[in-house]
Design a protein around this ligand. Structure first.
Ligand SMILES: [Zn+2]
Length: 447
């Protein structure tokens, strides 16, 4: 079991009786557990990884370094002649490759698939939750195989609490996928999300892509309910395209947002907020949220405030490219659409203001397993390759409150490691070609 799962299990009511059983019957109860698919004591396989070079945030690249992994943990990192592997260590040679920490994407939707395959309304209204969940399992596998070992999944878009099941199926070793931090249904203001009521006959209630809430009591009840049912994060929509002309308008009041944040924080759940308008962003910052998603209405002043308050920003640049392709005829190489130009401009403003910028792509709008597209956009729009890689490793880990055991290559960190031919610090496109993936000391892919 991963440390993430072990930490989570301590708070899972289901483990109380289980621990009781272990106490009653002693350790003889454990083999049965392993058969049930939960590896209580993961095998302590020792691997010596020998890439051409090692990169981790905040350090110059190290040529000729090796990494020793024992069980699920990195136990040594350094020049090959200074790291002595114990007898029996399995050696994995990665000639010509760069080894980096497992990549992270903090804005995903594993329950969605691209809108040019099926429109969002049709996914929510016509696809059975079981079909969507099975497809999400395939998405989780594709994500891991592409070198993304952590996802923060920000809303099931009408698929209820299916993300909790996907997360737990991965933790229990039933399916392959990244470590997942999930937001469950997400919380939207009454009548302020999709499928848009105005597009259908107004006298019917359609299933919604988020949990509708109204007023301070309503929004705090929704936060408590989602936390109880498995949410690691709370996702709120501070604005949406529900203005008289279909333009973006703020949806929750500042008082509603404040109350939701207070309750979520008291329950130990950080808060991620969708905003695309300036006023929605302003209210979210005032409410003390933890991350801003999209932020297309950002201004230099608001970004300075975010930097001061340590509110992180997830730019989701690829989502804008993808929707421009699907709905405006944009093709790669064309001049940017106005929406793409706006997203690029606010990204540059956030960078200049010193905002903590993480990697969050909104994958699901575009195909799972191509999360690297976001890294390429971050570089095209002004980051160095090392800044983009840092965002997708050490910064994202810090946003998840896991800076002590995820996102770096150092002794004591969980062995989430990926490698690719070439050097991503020189050419970010190398991240398209990940061919070695280890998560928690288990090898999922190798050249
Ligand atoms: Zn999203």
């Amino acid at each position: 079991m991963s440390r993430a799962a072990a930490v989570r299990s301590r708070f899972t009511p289901g483990w109380g009786p289980l621990l009781g059983l272990v106490l009653l019957f002693g350790l003889s109860a454990l083999p049965g557990l392993a058969q049930a698919g939960r590896s209580v004591a993961p095998p302590r396989t020792v691997y010596l990884l020998r890439p051409a070079r090692v990169w981790t945030a905040g350090q110059a690249e190290h040529a000729g370094w090796v990494v020793l992994v024992t069980g699920e943990t990195i136990t040594a990192v350094g020049p090959a002649d200074q790291v002595a592997p114990p007898p029996g260590a399995k050696v994995i040679d990665l000639p010509g490759e760069t080894l980096i920490p497992g990549l992270m994407d903090l804005h995903s939707h594993v329950l969605l698939h691209p809108y040019n395959e099926t429109l969002w309304d049709d996914q929510v209204l016509k696809e059975a939750p079981a079909l969507r969940t099975l497809r999400a399992g395939v998405h989780a596998r594709d994500t891991l195989m592409a070198g993304f070992t952590v996802l923060r999944d920000l809303g099931t878009e009408g698929a209820g609490y299916a993300d909790v099941g996907v997360r737990d199926a991965i933790d229990q070793g039933i399916i392959r996928g990244p470590r997942m931090f999930v937001a469950t249904r997400a919380i939207v203001a009454l009548g302020a999300y999709g499928p848009a009521v105005g597009r259908y006959r107004p006298d019917i209630d359609l299933p919604q892509g988020g949990q509708e809430a109204n007023g301070v009591d309503g929004i705090t009840a929704a936060v408590r309910e989602q936390a109880a049912r498995g949410a690691d994060w709370i996702k709120l929509y501070a604005d949406y395209r529900v203005g008289p002309q279909g333009e973006g308008v703020p949806t929750f009041t500042e008082a509603e947002l404040r109350a939701a944040v207070e309750v979520a924080h008291s329950l130990g759940r950080p808060v991620a907020v969708h905003t695309s308008t300036t006023e929605g962003l302003r209210r979210a910052i005032e409410a003390g949220v933890d991350t801003i998603e999209h932020g297309y209405g950002g201004t230099p002043e608001l970004f300075r405030e975010m930097a001061e308050k340590h509110i992180a920003y997830m730019p989701t640049l690829t989502a804008v490219e993808a929707t421009s392709e699907y709905f405006q005829g944009y093709k790669p190489g064309d001049p940017p659409t106005p929406a793409m130009a706006q997203a690029a401009a606010v990204f540059k403003e956030a960078l200049a203001a010193g905002v903590t910028i993480g990697m969050g792509s909104d994958v699901g709008v575009f195909p799972h397993g191509t999360n690297w597209r976001e890294l390429e956009w971050m570089v095209k729009d002004g980051m160095s390759p090392e800044q983009a890689l840092t965002a997708a490793t050490a910064t994202d880990a810090a946003v998840l409150r896991r800076a002590r055991d995820l996102g770096r290559i150092a002794p004591g960190y969980l062995a989430d490691l990926v490698a690719m031919p070439g050097d991503p610090t020189a050419d970010i496109a190398a991240t398209e070609r990940v061919n070695f993936v280890m998560k928690g000391g288990v090898v999922y892919r190798r050249p």
